[in-house]
Write a protein that binds this ligand. Structure first.
Ligand SMILES: C[S@@+](CC[C@H](N)C(=O)[O-])C[C@H]1O[C@@H](n2cnc3c(N)ncnc32)[C@H](O)[C@@H]1O
Ligand code: SF4
Length: 366
């Protein structure tokens, strides 16, 4: 085994909790940032043999990585192994010239900004702290610092969002000329404040969201973006601007995750580290691995995952080794319906199939 070439690092701290979010987050606790970073680096040492000597991608996700106390964030970034693509997720209101300079100094070459929407009243519905102007300012600051690979996250399907609001969001996002855009349909995560308040409305508007998705794809591909994954778009230049880190997930590559709640998948085994900050810090301070939930992925599960994830991409999925995972009758039916295309031992969804996405793939699975 050569080791994983992709590393995820979870930085859970947030200034407040957005109602729709169910990621592993910790509000406040700025006094614990430095201790958390030391724990991450101790965990890295314990797991280092699982990593390849040469990494393709490092991704710092959150939480709000850019809220991490600057000295701790800088120490972490300098201590992590180098990689071709180093991405940090940033909340717009946290981006300052000092932060941008810190990220550049520390070798970060891609920033993913959580814009979500440019409509102040919809930002309010989402409990976001940033105002539309914060997103524009953050992009300006990052450009001035020299970043040439920026991604914006947008969310659609926000209660109260009209088709015109969506068009305005896409227009505003495009005006900022990002290299990459991720557009997610708002999901009602069980147990969140948001689902409690708006769950029924989200269920009612589910059908309308199909046309929203079509608008997103039509507008962004019309503006010259490549729709390379169900929810992800990149500019097409000489450079390949797809997210190398996320491509690794969709292609079923091994990855190591560090930090609370982080998931790793290596050599047919998947584990999730405890989401509890205190338990995590105590274990690593004692030189021990933090508790984790481990799942063994048997071969049929691995094959089904490869099909489910691989068909999200706009490149054909090689069926070598995956034949057992695909239902031959369903494949013929979906091909007749014009939802799936078969090549020489490979498979892809057609454009119509990609709009229907997961439903088509689920039917394909044996
Ligand atoms: C790890 S999250 C948050 C990163 C960062 N803290 C922020 O808020 O911008 C990454 C992205 O997931 C998306 N996201 C989070 N919760 C979601 C939900 N319930 N439905 C759809 N997208 C969601 C948002 O677009 C967000 O930018
Ligand atoms: S959406 Fe982002 S900022 Fe809001 S609570 Fe979740 S991780 Fe934190």
């Amino acid at each position: 085994m050569t080791g994983a070439r992709h590393l995820y690092v979870h930085l859970p701290f947030c200034a407040s909790r957005c109602g729709y979010c169910d990621f592993v987050t910790v509000v406040g606790r700025s006094g614990q940032h430095a201790a958390y970073v030391e724990a991450l680096l101790a965990e890295l040492e314990l797991e280092r043999t699982a990593l390849s000597p040469r990494l393709e991608s490092v991704f710092l996700g959150g939480g709000t990585p850019t809220l991490t106390e600057p000295a701790a964030l800088e120490r972490l970034l300098h201590a992590l192994p180098p990689a071709d693509e180093v991405t940090v997720e940033a909340n717009p209101e946290t981006v300052t010239p000092e932060l941008a300079a810190l990220l550049r100094r520390a070798g970060v070459n891609r920033v993913s900004l959580g814009a979500q929407t440019f409509q102040a009243r919809l930002l309010d519905v989402l409990d976001r702290r940033a105002q539309p102007e914060d997103v524009r300012r953050a992009v300006r600051i990052l450009r001035e610092a020299g970043f040439d690979n920026l991604s914006l996250d947008l969310i659609y399907g926000i209660p109260g969002q009209s088709p015109d609001d969506l068009e305005a969001d896409l227009r505003e996002a495009l005006a900022l000329e990002p290299e990459h855009l991720s557009c997610y349909e708002l999901e009602a995560k069980p147990g969140t404040r948001f689902t409690h308040a708006h769950g029924e409305e989200l269920a009612r508007q589910a059908d309308a969201l199909e046309t929203y998705f079509e608008r997103v794809v039509a507008t962004l591909t019309g503006a010259g973006f490549r729709w390379y994954e169900t929810a992800n778009f990149c500019r097409t230049e000489e450079r390949d601007l797809r997210s190398r880190h996320n491509l690794a997930y969709w292609r079923g590559r091994d990855y190591l995750g560090l930090g609370i709640g982080a998931v790793s998948t290596i050599g047919g085994s998947r584990w999730r580290t405890t989401p509890r900050l205190g338990v995590y810090l105590a274990a690593l301070a004692a030189g021990q691995r933090p508790p984790r939930e481990i799942e063994t992925l048997d071969a049929p599960v691995q094959r089904s995952e490869r099909v489910l994830l691989g068909l999200r991409l706009d490149e054909p999925l090689s069926l070598a080794g995956l034949h057992g995972a695909v239902d031959a009758e369903a494949l013929e039916r979906l091909e007749r319906l014009g939802l799936v295309e078969r090549g020489d031992d490979e498979l892809a969804l057609t454009e119509r199939g990609r709009y229907l996405g997961g439903g088509v793939t689920a039917e394909l699975l044996a």
